[in-house]
Design a protein around this ligand. Structure first.
Ligand SMILES: C=C(O[C@@H]1C=C(C(=O)O)C=C[C@H]1O)C(=O)O
Length: 101
C-alpha cells in the first residue's frame, strides 16, 4: 500500500516510498533514453548531437513544470543539464562509431 507523506509515521515508511519512486524514475529515464538512442540512429553526423535551442527549450520546460509543482527550479535545471549533456556525448560517440570515425 502506498502511503502519502503525511501518512508516513516511521523512517522505514518514508524509505519504502522513496525506493518505490526511485524505481519509477529509473524506468522513466530508461524509456527516455530509448528515444535518445533512436535519435542517434536518425542523425547523420556527430555534429548534429548538440542542438542548443532544443536543449534550452527542454530545460526551460522542465524548470517551469518543477516550479509549478513546488520543486526547486535550479535543482531541476542542474539535473536535466547533466542528463542532456550525457545524452549528447552518447549520441556523438554512437554516430561517430557508426561512421567509423
Ligand atoms: C534528443 C536530441 O538530442 C540531444 C539530446 C537532448 C535531450 O536529451 O533532450 C536534447 C537536445 C539534443 O542536443 C534532440 O536533438 O532532440
Amino acid at each position: 500500500m502506498i502511503r502519502k507523506p503525511a501518512d508516513c509515521t516511521t523512517k522505514a515508511h518514508i524509505r519504502t516510498e522513496i525506493d518505490r519512486l526511485d524505481g519509477e524514475l529509473v524506468a522513466l529515464l530508461t524509456e527516455r533514453f530509448a528515444y535518445v538512442q533512436r535519435m542517434a540512429e536518425l542523425k547523420t553526423s556527430p555534429d548534429e548531437a548538440l542542438v542548443p535551442e532544443r536543449v534550452d527549450e527542454v530545460i526551460d520546460r522542465v524548470a517551469a513544470a518543477a516550479k509549478q509543482g513546488g520543486l526547486d527550479e535550479d535543482l531541476t535545471r542542474d539535473l536535466w543539464r547533466l542528463l542532456i549533456e550525457w545524452n549528447i556525448e552518447f549520441e556523438r560517440r554512437t554516430i561517430a562509431r557508426r561512421l567509423g570515425q
